[in-house]
Design a protein around this ligand. Structure first.
Ligand SMILES: Nc1ncnc2c1ncn2[C@@H]1O[C@H](COP(=O)(O)OP(=O)(O)O)[C@@H](O)[C@H]1O
Ligand SMILES: [Mg+2]
Length: 185
């Protein structure tokens, strides 16, 4: 696995999906609560071996999405659960009734070998994984994963986000998640 630098502040080159991947669904989340609702729907639509790559600028809502997803996966125990951002630990894991959930943040990844040291490559096969700053894995994107891109909504309201789903062509995870996203416009 190789190791990619992240875009730096002031670098205004447009975001590009992994080469060959296509957009399979899109919706507007007008508020944090709507992002929570989407995270719960996607938590229900995923199982062991499914990876969601969470892409977006600092403050887009990647951790916010992951917290709602994990709380829902934890079930009744999730309500009061502290779900720390893995920005320093790189990985947090959770035992849920539907199997292990891994929450990773690769922003501070030290090098390509660390993905393997962390066990993330195996976890992506066996657990449900949510990976912030997946650009660190470029260009070796995990082909079976789906990518959720979270961006400010062009409409301009402070709390509105445009959420798009991207996968490699023919990835069945794409159709499963697109169905769960509905046609939320
Ligand atoms: N529609 C929205 N969806 C998700 N988060 C939102 C939304 N609107 C505002 N926010 C806020 O934006 C912030 C996102 O922070 P965070 O999830 O830590 O970002 P990231 O992990 O992408 O850097 C949170 O404070 C969250 O409440
Ligand atoms: Mg974050």
């Amino acid at each position: 696995m190789s190791f990619a630098a992240l875009p730096q502040t002031g670098d205004d080159s447009p975001w590009r999906p992994p080469a060959g991947w296509t957009e399979v669904a899109s919706l507007r989340a007008a508020s944090p609560a709507e992002t929570d609702a989407l995270a719960r729907r996607l938590a229900e639509a995923t199982g062991p071996g499914d990876t969601l790559l969470l892409s977006g600028a600092l403050g887009a809502g990647k951790t916010h999405f992951a917290r709602a997803f994990i709380r829902h996966a934890l079930g009744p125990d999730g309500a009061g659960e502290d779900i720390p951002s893995p920005s320093f630990t790189l990985v947090q894991t959770y035992d849920t009734p539907g199997g292990e959930v891994w929450h990773a943040d690769l922003y501070r990844l030290g090098g390509p070998g660390e993905v393997i040291e962390l066990g993330l490559d195996i976890a992506m096969e066996e657990a449900r994984c949510l990976v912030e700053w997946p650009e660190r894995m470029a260009p070796d994107w995990p082909e079976r994963a789906a990518l959720l891109r979270i961006e400010a909504d062009p409409g301009g309201e402070e709390e509105a986000r445009r959420v798009t789903l991207w996968t490699a062509p023919g990835n069945p995870l794409g159709s499963r998640l697109a169905a769960a996203m509905g046609d939320g416009a």
